[in-house]
Design a protein around this ligand. Structure first.
Ligand SMILES: [Zn+2]
Length: 320
């Protein structure tokens, strides 16, 4: 008897697992490309959970990569609210920090779990697809974009979802991304989020000022090609201090020292790198840390005597 389908190999540790999202196995989806450009005869059986199985049934895709991305996009759409918890959470935590009731604790816990489950599912990578040890297809993730720890299938997918999450008009965010460049999504989001008003006139004004800002930035960046040399300091050797009622966190100070940053200007140049580094934990942390470093470096610049004689971390800055 001839086979009527191809079963993908399932490594032992992935038995009973959905290839798309990692949830428990429900049924295998028989995938045949549509349109079927390569005239593939036998469908490929892909282990799926109930939800992904349902999504697959409603989706047309000309190859496995496209199918995978379409499933992910639908999961994103369906769990938009859950994924948003991660975006709003720190804000909420801040707003409600004085309410420590049991009920709220419970809500927080379950909300956070929902977020983590949704995040794990959309980020899930599956395992390499083979049939009898031979690769079925080369599945690439080169168009995937990560933002705040969440994977999107493409830049336009990320923009679409993030516009919803941050309540930014999608066309406006698209425009900002186009101006700043596709590799600077965090910058684009920060800019678009802090834009005042989204009327056509306001947007045009914002885009104009963004262009001016970038031109200025490019002009500033040109002459200074030699990168400052930094120092590696143990966290325990960095003193936490309070300036202008702001805690100056040793983690951020450590990073700044490592990059060889000792002026506000240098910090501004490294803004993207800073947010990329600390934004991995949470965006609020990154913002708080960045503001703290601005305060710290500004204080050092405005009061050089303090910087030279009293700053408890002066010995490290002196090495820069
Ligand atoms: Zn699934």
């Amino acid at each position: 008897m001839t086979a009527t389908y191809q079963s993908v190999d399932v490594p032992f540790e992935y038995r009973h697992t959905c290839w798309f999202c990692g949830e428990p196995y429900f049924e295998s989806f028989a995938f045949l490309p549509s349109p079927n450009y390569d005239h593939q005869k036998l469908p490929v059986l892909l282990p799926s959970c109930q939800e992904c199985y349902g999504i697959c049934k409603g989706v047309k895709a000309s190859d496995l990569e496209l199918l995978r991305d379409k499933v992910k996009e639908q999961l994103h759409r369906k769990y938009q609210k859950h994924l948003q918890i991660g975006v709003n959470w720190t804000k909420e935590e801040l707003e409600q920090s004085e309410f420590e009731g049991k009920a709220l604790e419970g809500f927080r816990e379950s909300a956070w779990k929902m977020f983590e489950i949704a995040k794990a599912r959309v980020n899930y990578q599956g395992w390499p697809l083979t049939v009898d040890g031979l690769p079925v297809a080369a599945l690439s993730t080169s168009f995937h974009v990560q933002f705040d720890g969440i994977t999107y299938t493409s830049l336009s997918h990320a923009v679409e979802q993030l516009a919803k999450s941050y309540n930014i008009p999608q066309e406006y965010l698209e425009e900002v991304v186009e101006v700043v460049g596709r590799d600077r999504l965090p910058y684009a989001i920060r800019f678009a989020k802090t834009t005042y008003g989204y009327s056509l006139a306001e947007r045009t004004a914002s885009i104009d000022s963004l262009k001016a800002l970038l031109a200025e930035e490019a002009a500033l960046a040109l002459p200074e090609t030699s990168k400052a040399k930094g120092v590696d300091v143990n966290l325990g050797d960095i003193v936490e201090l309070i300036l202008h009622r702001t805690m100056i966190p040793p983690h951020a100070t450590q990073w700044v020292l490592k990059q060889g940053i000792k002026s506000l200007n240098q910090l501004a140049e490294q803004e993207d790198a800073f947010f990329e580094h600390f934004g991995a934990d949470s965006e609020l942390t990154a913002f708080t840390y960045f503001t703290a470093m601005q305060i710290y470096l500004e204080h050092r610049e405005l009061d050089p005597e303090w910087a030279e004689q009293q700053d408890p971390n002066r010995q490290w800055f002196d090495k820069l």
